[in-house]
Every structure is written in C-alpha cells, then in structure tokens.
Design a protein around this ligand. Sequence first.
Ligand code: AKB
Length: 311
Amino acid sequence: MSKILITGSAGQVGGELLSELMKQHSSSDILLTDISGLERISDEYEKMILDVRKYGDIKKIIEENDIKYIFHLASILSAKGEENPMLAFDVNMNGTHNILAASVELGVSRVFIPSTIGVFGPEAKKDNTPTWNASRPRTMYGITKFTGEFLMQYYFERNGLDTRGIRYPGLLSYKTPPTAGTTDYAVDMIMHAARKKDYICYLKEDASLPMMYMPDAMENTIKLFNAPAASLRYRGEYNISSFTFSPGELAQAIREFVPGFKVEYRPDYRQKIAESWPKSLDCSDAIKDWGFKIRFTLKEMIENMILNMRQ
Ligand code: AKB
C-alpha cells in the first residue's frame, strides 16, 4: 500500500494537517516524521525520526515505506531563522532540495511544500499583493522559501514531479502553541486573553499582517493537494489569506469576548520582519485555479479559539 509521508510532523501545522488527512485516510496510510517532538503525537500513528538534511535517510524512508505522497512541513520559521540563519539555510534549503531530489529519484507522485508571505520584501505592493510581485525577501526564511518555490518549478518542468504549495499567511491555532514565527504573537495574545492575563506584544500596535485560522488553512491545503493537475498554473506560489489585522485591531476584537483585556507594545527585532511583509494578499489565482474558500471570519475565529483554549 502506498503511504503519505509528513516531515516536520510535530510542528504547528503537522498535528492539524494530520487531523485533516484523517478525514479521508486511516492511520496506517500515514507515516509521521520529525527530528524531535514525536513523543507528543499519539502512538496510534507510525512515527520515525528524520533529519531532512540527510539525503540517504530520506531515501531509505521513502523506499522502505512505499511513499507515494509527501507533505514536507519541516522548516525553520522567520524569527528563529533570524536568530540562526545558518540553521535556517541548512534545514529549509538543503532539506527542501533533498525531499524534491529524492522524490524524483524514487518516483514519488506528489509533493506539497508550504511557502509563506515571507517571500515578499519591502519593495512589494503592501496591499492586495499579487502572486508575482517585487519579491526581494529580507529574512533567511523568506530567501529559502522563495528559492524553494523555484526548486518546485524546476523539478516539475525537468522531471514532471507534481509539486504543489501555498504561501501561508500567519496561521492561528489553539492546539499547538507556535514559537518561531513573527505572526505568532496573535495566538499568544488570544491565549493570554482566554486566561484573563495582560499581554506584552513584540510588534507595534499598527503592524498589520495577513492571517488565517488553521482549520481554513488545512482544508485549503487538502483542496489544492487534490485539485486536478490541469487546473494549476503555479506550483508553490499560491497566495491565500482570510483577513488582515494589526495587534491593536486584534486586541480590540478580543475585547468583545474579554472586556478590559490589556496589551502593552514593546517592539523587538520581529517588528522589522513584519514591516517587510505585505499587509494583504491578492488570492484570486487560488480562487480561480482550485477554488480557495474560507469559513471563519475574524470574530468567529476568536470566539472559537477562546472557547477551545478555555476547555
Ligand atoms: C512566520 O511568522 O514566520 C510564519 C509565516 C508568516 O510564514 N508564520
């Protein structure tokens, strides 16, 4: 039986993607890998340690487990990437290239690799940024993810590898607390509010960024993954986003559910990263090619997150 391999399974997206995949698959269809943190995942699933920087290990896992599909989530995000650019380059660049090259060598059918709003730099259009724009990323994360998009195009044209990807905006989830991104303040702020605690924000009050609730991100990930190949004009470059808010606007929206919620703003190095990214995205290519659609408004997302966090 052909299996689905997920790398970076223990990260913020991994657990949520697994729940979405389980709507259509059984646990025996899925192999979960990560370099650490696998003990947090239920033993119902098959789990293996995998360092995506090791080409031989990737090949062995694909061969021995008859892997047909890969979701390559292992990545160092923007904030952690600026603390350790060498690690970010190694994991994001070499890891991505290893996955693509091994997939070609061993005949994997389809590979999904997430990209990010971080592929855009300060020269890009700030509002309604289209798929193709002045992409001159300034973070190691953005540089490696942008190059990853080119590698996906390269192996698609050179070897016919079916590569697919989405540029995720900031993703919010109540399940796995994020730790390594620039947009992560949003989850942290809602978590503080749910616990009736004040919050100190590392971005400025007006730092607007595109965002999305995790269930919407996962539903659309599967939608793109299952879309007919003929309808896709791009490989890893599809912009998606639900809404835009700044920390000040999020705090205000939270106060509808947690009156009197207090936030103090103490911007750090992550403010510069946020300033280099777009405020909102043009998602029309994703709508046109594979039917990108969202369910949650900002208000519904906050309500749902607070409810679940309190439970
Ligand atoms: C980050 O903040 O690094 C990520 C992203 C926008 O890709 N959440």
